[in-house]
Every structure is written in C-alpha cells, then in structure tokens.
Design a binder for this molecule. Structure first.
Ligand code: FAS
Ligand code: PHB
Length: 410
C-alpha cells in the first residue's frame, strides 16, 4: 500500500494510528466521501498479528455492520448471551441477554477486526501507510495542522484540516495538547494478567470469570477450536517465570468447579498485560481530536478497551461528516464531553469488575469482606446482575449532538 509520496501532501483528515480506532474512522469517513490518510508506525504484519481484545459489545457489532465490515464477524464470530462468575468454588450464570432485552456480545478477536478493516481500506484504494511513524504534530493554533512523519529514510509532511489522534497510549498526538490544558487521571493496579492462546476447544460455552484465593482467572476463547485464558500475576512478573505446566496448573486450581473439567492444549502465545486505568481530558484541542487508547486506558476485566475506541470514532465520524458536509461544528464542539461521559462509565465499570474479581495483596480483611459481599450480591440479586449485564453488553451509543451541550461542562 505504501507508494512513493511527495515530501508534502494535503488531505482533509490526517489519522495517526492504524489500530481499531484509526482504521474504523478511516472506513467511516471514506463511506461519506471524506478524504483521509492513515499513518501507521508499524508494519501491516505486526498490526494484524497483535493479540489483544476478544469481546465486541452490541454497539460495536452494529457499527461494524453499518461500516460494511461485519460480514466475516457475523460468519465466524461467536454470539454470547451470558457469562459465568465463579465465587467460593461455585459457578453462577449471568443471563445478560435476558437481562438487557436481547443485547449480546460477539467473541471475535481484535486481530480479525483489524484484518477486516485493513482489507476494506485496501479494497477502497484509500491511503494507508505502514512503517510511517508520526514524529510531530504542529500548527494547531495557526489553523494549519501538520503531521510530520518518517517514511523510509526521510521525513515528510502531511498537511490537513483536522487530525485524529488514534495512536494509542504511547503515541505522539496527546503530547501536542498544551500541558497546562491537559488533565490526566490514573490508577495503577497491584497485579497484571498473563494470557495464553491454546489450540484447544474451549471447555465452556460462555466466558468464565473466577475469583479464587490464589488469584483471578478468566476462560475466554477466539473460536470453537482456540481458547484464550488469563491468570492474575504480580505486576512485575515475566513470562519466563511461567511454564505452560505452571499456567495450566493455576488455571485448573482457580477455575475448578464441581462436575466440570478444563481441557488443556498446545500453547501458541503467552504474554503479560499490565493493568492500568487512565483518562486524558479534554479529548479535543482545536483541530486535534483524540480517540481510543490515545485518550483512555481501562483494565481488560470489563472488555471495554476496544469497544470504547469504536464508540469514540463513531461519535467523531458523525461530527466530521457534519463539519465537512453541513459546515456544522456542533458535533466537534461537543465531541469531548459526549465521549467522556461514556469513557467514565466504562472506567468505573472496569474498575468495579477488576476490584470485585482480583485478589489485592494489600487489601485489609475488611476490604476482602466487602469484596465477598459485592460478588455474592451480584451472583444472588437479579437487579445487581442486570447492572453488570447492561454495562458488559454496552450501553446504547450516543449518536446525536445537541447544540445546547456546547461548553455545558466548562
Ligand atoms: P491501538 O493501540 O490498538 O492502536 C494505536 C496504533 O497507533 C498502533 O497500531 C500503533 O502502532 C500506532 N502508533 C503509535 N504511535 C504512532 C506514531 N507516532 N505514528 C504512527 N502510528 C503510531 N481491550 C479489551 O477490551 N480486552 C482485552 O483483552 C485487551 N487486551 C489488551 C492487551 C494489550 C497488551 C494491550 C496493549 C491492550 C489490550 N486491550 C484490551 C485494549 C486494546 O484492545 C485497546 O483498547 C485497543 O487496541 C484500542 O485501539 P486503538 O485506540 O486503535 O489503539
Ligand atoms: C479476551 O478474550 O481476550 C478477553 C475477554 C474478556 C475480557 C478480557 C479479554 O474481559
């Protein structure tokens, strides 16, 4: 896809980053005839192979279908209407679809979503430049936004009207917002997740989240023949400390339930993911708009990271279409407030699921009793289960902008 490019070129929207946020935004803009150039630091192979999320919310499923990239997801994805919670060695089913008027989630790996979006971009013959790392964002106050990036052995400039910072938690775009205007909120957790992919059919029909005195465990999946499983580990642990046998032994212990067996299989991937909560406000500075992990990070317990990125760009795409087609900036002017409402709801839910299900080595006995009580309440109360369910399957996306909101939150 990378062709020789001029040292300076112009587009309507410069998109930095080809993760789910940048690729989906490019697809949505293209379908509305808005030109964009996507710059991605890594190779296509790297981006498509990066093992990350696995659960798509109801809203994400709908957006991918509307964007014209849902066909393989509908064919190969696994629709789930519930999850299991293991507490005190007993398994409790949370019938999420029953509790949310039929909303559900789809098990379909982020790698597959990314492949589908890259294929759509290539099919559209729209600019998607791999191994092009943005090194500076400038001109935000002068009304002449420019993204400077490294391409092969030289530097080039991409001039544009608007910049979408979709470059994840370690990108350059967030840093272009003046420090005195940027407010960040953060929480570290005293544990991490070690995840494996295994070539073995899942031992369960729906995901199992387990709290055990030895630590949290999760049985997820990628297909009917590939399992995805996680165990809580120390925050500074390394995969070298975890042989396949040790991982399986902990999974057997932590997921154990009477009358149920976990089937092992060949481990094909093993990695450790840190657990962090992070929000940067605002998500807009003039012509620069942040979306996805560039603006926020959640611990993966609530399966929200990828879905928040999709929600952001759904709002952003509508705002950009109104800007370019109708000369209406209500969407851009309310973008940050509207996205942050959903972001903070997902932040709270992800923190709540994480603290309810993990063993915090620094917790007091009183805090452990609170945790026991919270988990028993969710397993025993239809109202409490319904609250978990509506957050897990995803609250309806806010798609319209209201002029009255402009500046409403200061
Ligand atoms: P991404 O980080 O996916 O994409 C940003 C892109 O920008 C990357 O391709 C990067 O190479 C590129 N980039 C960065 N700097 C650049 C520059 N200067 N110039 C050009 N390009 C640049 N979420 C879940 O819901 N469930 C999970 O189980 C889960 N597991 C995760 C495991 C790991 C190890 C990580 C890091 C995240 C995980 N997440 C999970 C969250 C993850 O899915 C993110 O929420 C999701 O990738 C967000 O998508 P983007 O915002 O597009 O950011
Ligand atoms: C996954 O399948 O990778 C997965 C599922 C649910 C989570 C986190 C990760 O909460």
């Amino acid at each position: 896809m990378v062709r020789s490019v001029a040292t300076t070129e112009r587009t309507q929207v410069a998109i930095v980053g080809a993760g789910p946020a940048g690729l989906l935004l490019g697809q949505l803009l293209h379908r509305h005839g808005i030109d964009s150039v996507i710059l991605e630091a890594r190779s296509r192979e790297y981006v498509e192979a990066r093992i990350r999320a696995g659960v798509l919310e109801q809203g994400t499923i709908e957006v991918l279908r509307e964007a014209g990239v849902g066909e393989r997801m509908d064919r190969e994805g696994l629709a789930h209407g519930g999850i299991y919670l293991n507490a005190d060695g007993r398994r409790h089913h949370i019938p999420m679809s029953e509790l949310t008027d039929g909303r559900q989630v789809m098990i379909y790996g982020q790698t597959e979503v990314v492949k589908d979006l890259v294929a759509a971009r290539v099919q559209a013959d729209a600019p998607l430049r791999f191994e092009c790392k943005a090194v500076a964002v400038s001109g935000l106050d002068a009304g002449e936004p420019v993204v400077r990036y490294v391409y092969e052995d030289g530097e080039r400039e991409l001039r544009c009207e608007l910049i979408a910072g979709c470059d994840g938690s370690h990108g350059v775009c967030r840093g272009a917002i003046p420090a005195e205007l940027l407010h960040t909120y953060e929480r570290e957790y005293p544990f991490a997740w070690l995840g494996i992919l295994a070539d073995v059919a899942p031992s369960t029909d729906e995901l199992i989240y387990a709290r055990h005195e030895r630590g949290f465990a999760l049985h997820s999946m990628r297909s009917r023949s590939v399992s995805r499983l996680y165990v809580q580990v120390e925050p500074d642990d390394v995969v070298e400390n975890w042989s396949d046998d040790r991982v399986w032994s902990e999974l057997h212990a932590r997921l154990a339930t009477d009358g149920w067996e976990l089937t092992e299989g060949p481990v094909t991937e093993k990695s450790i993911t840190p657990m962090r909560s992070f929000v940067a406000e605002p998500m807009r500075y003039g012509p620069l708009l942040l979306a996805g992990d560039a603006a926020h990070i959640v611990p993966p317990t609530g399966a929200k990271g990828l879905n928040l990125a999709v929600a952001d760009v759904t709002v952003l795409a509508a705002a950009l279409v109104a800007h370019f087609r109708d000369d209406d900036d209500t969407g851009l002017d309310t973008y940050s407030e509207r996205c942050l409402r959903r972001v903070w709801r997902a932040q709270h839910f992800s923190w709540w699921m994480t603290t309810m299900l993990h063993i915090d080595p620094g917790a007091t006995e009183y805090e452990r009793r609170l945790q026991d009580s919270q988990l028993r309440y969710v397993c025993g109360s239809r109202a409490a289960a319904a609250s978990l369910a509506e957050n897990y399957v995803g609250l309806p996306l806010e798609r319209t902008a209201d002029r009255a909101e402009v500046g409403a939150h200061g």
